[in-house]
Design a protein around this ligand. Sequence first.
Ligand SMILES: C[S@@+](CC[C@H](N)C(=O)[O-])C[C@H]1O[C@@H](n2cnc3c(N)ncnc32)[C@H](O)[C@@H]1O
Length: 233
Amino acid sequence: MNGKLYGIGLGPGDPELMTLKAARLIGAATCVAYPMLETGASFARAIAQEHLRDGVQEIAIAIPMTVARKPAQDAYDMGADEIRKVLKTGRDVVVLCEGDPFFYGSFMYLFSRLSEDFKVEIVPGVNSVSACASVVERPLVARSEVLTIVPATLPADDLSVKIANAEAIALMKVGRHLSKVKAILKAQNLMDFAHYVERATLPNQKVMPLADAPDVAPYFSMILVSKGNDPWL
Ligand SMILES: C[S@@+](CC[C@H](N)C(=O)[O-])C[C@H]1O[C@@H](n2cnc3c(N)ncnc32)[C@H](O)[C@@H]1O
């Protein structure tokens, strides 16, 4: 019988924010797979590290950070092939996923390649939007407010319209798009309602009003905006 594919949410960075179920499955795994930067760094592996068994088989999938999608698709093809080989021997494979696997998570690319042929179980994780709201110490949405989650990678015009039409906003994937987002928020007089969060829940996290944010943001950063349309006080 084939093995089972697990997509395990690890939470936003602090290993204590992993679920008990995630920790148990990682601790029992004989094979884990995870995305890795071409530099060799893997945020997912770092979060899960303390639960990995000695001698566990590791399938590290190096994902090229290119705008073109084809190089990353090729990497997921190769990673899925390696995982497939292990599943066919009857062993389970645990895929480590930062945050929640199905919330902008790369697990979906392995799921789409393998889920027709193998049993799959997905373990949800604390997502980065919830983590950022917690460290900012402000409710994400109140009462009848609507939350808009938007990737900062969108073109400026599109982003501007989405922000103008929103109530509470989480801007993901800020990184090199920080100055574009700041310009839009300034133009809409929203700077006083915006918080910047970098590496939430990690020892080197940064949390501040967006007006005080550094000029350069890392990939793991987010901006939360609350227009206060439905006050919670
Ligand atoms: C590809 S998405 C992955 C989201 C993840 N699956 C989740 O559930 O939150 C990556 C983006 O999530 C956000 N992110 C993830 N972890 C974060 C953290 N610890 N602090 C701030 N932002 C984070 C950043 O905006 C980053 O660019």
